[in-house]
Design a protein around this ligand. Structure first.
Ligand SMILES: [Zn+2]
Length: 77
């Protein structure tokens, strides 16, 4: 079982679901304003990745089987 210790406080984050995501949320809520420049960059990148994944999942729900339709059209050509 992996554990991650916060660099900014004494909190130990345990690996219940996704420790890196838990740590991300912990930083976002508790320490974002005091992150080092490097940590802030990492945090912003992760934030963008999480957001684009979320958007992708939502798009997938809305458009349904668009991938299948696209492939079917392509194979006709
Ligand atoms: Zn902390």
């Amino acid at each position: 079982m992996s554990k991650m210790k916060c660099n900014y406080c004494k909190k130990i984050l345990s690996d219940d679901a996704d420790v890196s995501f838990n740590y991300f949320q912990h930083l976002e809520i508790n320490h974002y304003t005091v992150l080092s420049a490097e940590d802030k960059i990492m945090h912003d990148i992760r934030k963008k990745m999480i957001k684009s994944k979320k958007d992708y999942d939502q798009n997938k729900k809305i458009s349904g089987n668009s991938d299948l339709i696209f492939n079917a059209k392509n194979s006709e050509i």
